[in-house]
Design a protein around this ligand. Structure first.
Ligand code: MN
Length: 258
């Protein structure tokens, strides 16, 4: 009996030439047949944006290791939609996104383009994992992250990780021997404050750079932030059904009158 290798779709939000997607595709190739479809330019913090007002284009592009992928002028979610709808014409067995250059914990889970690519897979009923390394540098060393990614993919495939399930994996920026282990976590409560740096252009008009400080509003020991701060890899199971189930019970008892 022939055992079919899994088809693994890979995307990201840092662009097809980022070091993180190269690292992820190198690891994934030992598990299955890999197709890389990624934005042709950085798309970080695009959230789950999709493109509906301009044409989308796909073109073949070589990654730094000489392997062939597809670059797309759209968002991370567009990449996954085009991959499943046009290139593969079927669902892959697994969607992987990253390895992002930078943390995607707490509120970043919402803004992240890395996670939107993975989430688009989950919406389409495909198991999906987003990977992020807590190092924002373009030149970040992916050596330890690759070993963690290998462990997570092997485990997920072995566990028969189910259709539509989504994991958010954040990897601390530490050498492998300094990483304490892997923890299952929940998304920490937190937000950004003092978000805008106000400046003045040469014409005297004000302009703004989005910046700010992250404020953690969560003291639970099982949050993603807590795990990362303690030197653990954080694995957060996510859902894309945003329904607030407790609030449902409350609102369901409201009498809607003017
Ligand atoms: Mn990014």
């Amino acid at each position: 009996m022939e055992i079919r290798r899994p088809v693994i779709l890979i995307s990201n939000d840092d662009g097809i030439q980022a070091g993180g997607i190269l690292a992820l595709s190198e690891v994934a190739r030992s598990f299955g047949d890999v197709i890389v479809v990624a934005p042709d330019s950085p798309q970080s913090a695009m959230g789950h944006a999709i493109t509906i007002t301009k044409p989308l284009r796909l073109y073949k592009e070589k990654l730094a290791d000489g392997s062939l992928g597809y670059a797309c002028n759209g968002t991370p979610a567009d990449c996954v939609k085009l991959a499943t709808g046009v290139l593969l014409k079927r669902n892959p067995d697994l969607v992987l996104s990253g390895i992002n250059h930078g943390t995607n914990s707490s509120a970043s889970t919402i803004y992240s383009g890395t996670l939107s690519a993975a989430r688009e897979g989950a919406i389409q009923g495909i198991p999906a994992i987003g990977f992020s390394l807590c190092n924002y540098s373009d030149e970040a060393d992916m050596t330890a992250a690759k070993e963690i990614v290998r462990t997570i993919i092997a485990t997920a495939l072995r566990q028969k990780f189910a259709a539509g399930q989504l994991l958010n994996v954040n990897i601390p920026n530490l050498p492998l021997e300094a990483i304490k282990g892997i923890k299952t976590t929940r998304q920490a409560a937190g937000r950004w404050v003092e978000e805008f740096d106000e400046r003045t252009d040469p014409q005297g008009r004000k302009y703004y750079w989005l910046t700010g400080k992250f404020i953690l509003q969560d003291d639970r020991d099982d949050s993603d932030e807590a795990a990362l701060n303690q030197g653990f890899v954080s694995v957060t199971p996510l859902t894309h059904d945003l329904t607030h189930l407790e609030m449902f019970e409350v609102v369901n008892k409201w009498e809607f009158t003017a």
